[in-house]
Structure formats: C-alpha cells, structure tokens
Ligand binder design. Structure first.
Ligand code: HEC
Length: 208
C-alpha cells in the first residue's frame, strides 16, 4: 500500500516537473507523447480551397489537381528539395531534373489558374509581363534587381528549375512552396511560359 502510494507520488512529481524520462516512458508504452504531437502551420487550412480562391496550405501535395489534400508529407509523392537543389542555374540538381510537370502547357485551366496566382503573388516584383522593370516594386525600390521572367535567359530554363524557384526561393526571392500548392506551382510555370511566348522568346523544351 505504502509502496504504491509513493510510486504515485513519484509519478505525479515527474508529471508536474515535466520530466523527459516520463515522456520517454510514454513513447515506449504508447508510441507517442504530448511532446511530439502534430503541429500545424498557422496558415495551414485542412479544408480544400473554395473555387477560385488562394490555398494557404503548407506542404500541400494532393494526388490530383483540384483535389483536397489528405496530408501526404513531402518526400512521398514529390521529392523533398531545398535551395541546395537549385544547383546549376536554369537546370538544377539531378533530383530537380527528374521532376515531371503534370500540367500540360496547353491546358487552358492550368493557364488560367497560373495567371490568377501569378497576378496575386509574382506580379508585384516581376511585373504583369514578366519584366521586372515594369513591376510596381521597381518604381518604389529602383535599387532592387529586377529579374525578367519573360526574357531569353529564363525562357531557356527548364520547367523543373522554374518550379523549384517557386517552391524554395533564391536570394532575395521568397519561397512560395508553403503558399502555392503542388499542382498550382506547375500552373504558374505554365503561365510564365505563356509570358515568354508573348515576349517572342524561344521556350525550353521546344514547345510551339
Ligand atoms: C518579393 C519579390 C518577389 C516575388 C513576389 C517573386 N519574386 Fe521571383 N525573384 C525575385 C528576386 C529578387 C529574384 C532574384 C533572385 C536572386 O537574386 O537570386 C527573383 C528571381 C526569380 C527567378 C529566377 C530568374 C533568373 O534570372 O534566374 C524566377 C524563375 C522567379 N523569380 C519566379 C517567380 C515566380 C514564378 C514568382 C511568383 C510565384 C515570383 N518569382 C515571385 C523577387 C520576387
């Protein structure tokens, strides 16, 4: 009797003190503890985005375009990549080179979605026609380098590299991987291709 009471008191003390050994014990018994409970990104929305709206879902990798993400983590359907994978400009690491654009450049829905997202996220720095100097930010901060997306240089980049730029960012360019979902990133790539075509530049991959 005395023994079990002291055991309870000890456990209570350990709980109050938030002891690591107790957590470790819980992990051994139940396979998990409160310490490593699932955390959510403040912007993460587990529900699918309403029609025509902008999805703020971090690590969103649904199986098909327009489908609700069921929480597949990065590294399952799409490989985990970081800024280190940008590698050679315009080409990227071997992992980047192995990515496949699932959205056709000729798909009108992909183009429309890409345009919508481009006008919301990229236009402020890269301009409505992809020319950085025409961007709103260029007038306010003329010293910021204005990178052209519709110029010959970026037209020669691979789809995979453009996708990676959107997903992980580079230098002063922020990452949009946590704000633009998987299929939408490829749609933005397709829209950037359209801007390059309009500017009269030959596209990588020899598209029409
Ligand atoms: C906050 C401003 C800003 C926004 C918003 C932005 N970018 Fe950028 N972007 C930059 C800057 C600055 C660079 C140059 C990065 C560097 O110095 O390496 C850049 C570079 C790039 C490049 C590489 C260009 C090159 O010549 O190598 C691509 C591709 C690109 N951005 C695409 C996009 C797309 C697509 C979006 C929208 C999803 C976007 N960017 C949103 C600022 C921005």
């Amino acid at each position: 009797m005395f023994k079990s009471r002291s055991l309870i008191a000890m456990l209570a003390l350990m709980t109050l003190a938030g002891c690591k050994p107790l957590d470790d014990g819980m992990v051994m018994i139940f396979g998990r503890s409160m310490r490593d409970s699932r955390s959510f990104d403040p912007y993460e929305n587990p529900r699918g985005a309403p029609e025509g709206s902008f999805a703020f879902a971090s690590g969103n990798y649904p199986a098909r375009p327009g489908e609700v993400n069921l929480g597949q983590p990065e590294g399952v359907m799409v490989p985990r990549i970081t800024q280190a994978d940008l590698g050679t400009p315009g080409v990227g690491s071997t992992v980047v080179q192995g990515l496949v654009n699932p959205m056709s450049r000729d798909d009108a829905r992909s183009q429309a979605r890409g345009e919508e997202l481009y006008l919301r996220t990229c236009v402020v720095c890269h301009g409505p026609d992809g020319v950085g100097a025409n961007a709103y930010i260029a007038a306010k901060h003329p010293v910021l380098p204005a990178y052209n997306l519709s110029g010959a240089t970026v037209a020669a980049y691979s789809d995979q590299y453009l996708y990676t730029m959107i997903r992980v960012g580079r230098g002063l360019m922020p990452e949009y991987g946590s704000r633009i979902t998987e299929f939408d990133r490829w749609s933005v790539v397709n829209y950037v291709r359209q801007l390059q075509e309009q500017a009269g530049n030959a596209l990588a991959g020899g598209a029409e």
